[in-house]
Design a protein around this ligand. Structure first.
Ligand SMILES: *Cc1c(COP(=O)(O)O)cnc(C)c1O
Length: 370
């Protein structure tokens, strides 16, 4: 077994995805699982489809391509507005893309026409978080500019919140999106199939909302993998929060002073901590560092504290029994740690409890670093 190791519990991810798909279906909201944090890993994609996903979403064409090449057959949605330099592969591999630029949709149209295929677009509306989106007052004019483009199907509208500034979804914002959908249909005489109300941060709004709404889709990543909602950092009842864990190995364990000695400058990263003398401490070094994971997003066991980290070393202090060389320490991860660990080449990803429908009973044990 190689370390550091990212443990991915396939049955817990399956449970989380199925639970969210079924719970939100009771509110007439479909779930499009987002695979970007796993770089479109085919095992994850197969689990999500098995859990009931009828479409998958990713922010990168390369990840969508990877899933398609690995036999993931459901339609795929590109959830970042396409680069002009990638239009051909967007049309070839993505059934739908989220869009905010007329020029991009014109190019999608031209390429789709040439390829004799149709491409679906969802127009993103800016609701105040100031990342992607057409300003609400501009949406009708925007649709007017794209409605006659050949080989483009206007699938719906959507919004994204809680990403740049942590602006949260609420009744007012969701009502605006819903009213815009009604308005577009009335003005252009079309019907919009998908009104996509955001990411994991919109789950609690959907669950609490009682009245009428046109919002009928969410794009979910974090809630499926980590069992919690961004910003609130609350876990959602019924979801596993330990589907993903990280294990690293102790390579040095000693009692040392808490204060360094000698002339002090910045550390290797130009940081300068203010320190207090806490006497002798029980310190351990783990073979894990900033090359492997965004250390700030690691959550240590309750009796351990992460003190600092460099490229390849993580320093822990233990309040209970001192650690010993060779001990494995298990962490849970927030979104930034999960994202960085998944994309790190030095992290050994181990998929536990994977029940492929094609394999015989029991779990398949797989390990990969990509
Ligand atoms: C990343 C992303 C999502 C998924 O967000 P989570 O917080 O992981 O649920 C949804 N939509 C867009 C546009 C995204 O970029």
């Amino acid at each position: 077994m190689s370390y550091p190791k990212l443990n991915i519990d396939c049955s817990k991810i399956h449970h989380n995805a199925k639970f969210l798909i079924e719970t939100l279906a009771l509110k007439n909201v479909s779930v499009t699982p987002v695979t970007k944090s796993c770089l479109g890993h085919p095992i994850i994609a197969h689990i999500l489809v098995d859990a009931g996903a009828s479409m998958l979403a990713d922010s990168r064409v390369e990840n969508i391509q990877r899933m398609t090449h690995c036999g993931v057959a459901v339609p795929k949605m590109l959830i970042r507005t396409p680069m002009l330099s990638q239009i051909a592969s967007v049309v070839a591999y993505c059934d739908i893309s989220l869009n905010t630029e007329v020029q991009v949709i014109q190019r999608l149209s031209r390429v789709a026409k040439r390829a004799n295929t149709k491409h679906g677009v969802i127009i993103m509306v800016e609701l105040g978080d100031l990342r992607e989106g057409v300003m609400p007052c501009r949406v009708i004019n925007f649709i007017r500019e794209i409605i006659l483009l050949p080989n483009i199907v206007i699938k719906g509208i959507g919004a994204n919140l809680t990403c740049r500034y942590g602006v949260a979804p609420d009744d007012k914002k969701m009502r605006l999106l819903s009213d815009l959908a009604d308005g577009i249909e009335a003005v252009f005489g079309i019907s919009l199939e998908i009104i996509s109300g955001g990411n994991s941060s919109s789950i609690n709004w959907v669950l609490a909302h009682e009245g009428k709404t046109r919002v009928n889709n969410l794009r979910l990543g974090e809630a499926i993998f980590l069992g919690c909602v961004p910003v609130e950092q609350n876990s959602i009842k019924g979801l596993h929060t330990d589907a993903i864990t990280l294990t690293a190995e102790v390579i040095e364990a000693k009692i040392k002073p808490s204060l360094p000695w000698g002339n002090r400058g910045g550390n290797a990263f130009g940081e300068r901590e203010i320190l207090q003398d806490r006497g002798a401490v029980s310190q351990a070094i783990l073979a894990l560092g900033r090359q492997d994971v965004c250390v700030a997003g690691l959550i240590a066991p309750y009796d351990m504290n992460i003190l600092s980290s460099s490229s390849d070393h993580l320093i822990l202090e233990t309040s209970q029994k001192p650690l010993t060389v060779g001990t494995k320490v298990q962490f849970t991860l927030d979104y930034s740690a999960f994202l960085s660990a998944m994309s790190s080449n030095s992290m050994h990803k181990v998929f536990h409890n994977y029940n492929s429908r094609n394999s015989s009973r029991g779990s398949v044990f797989l390990e990969s670093t990509s």
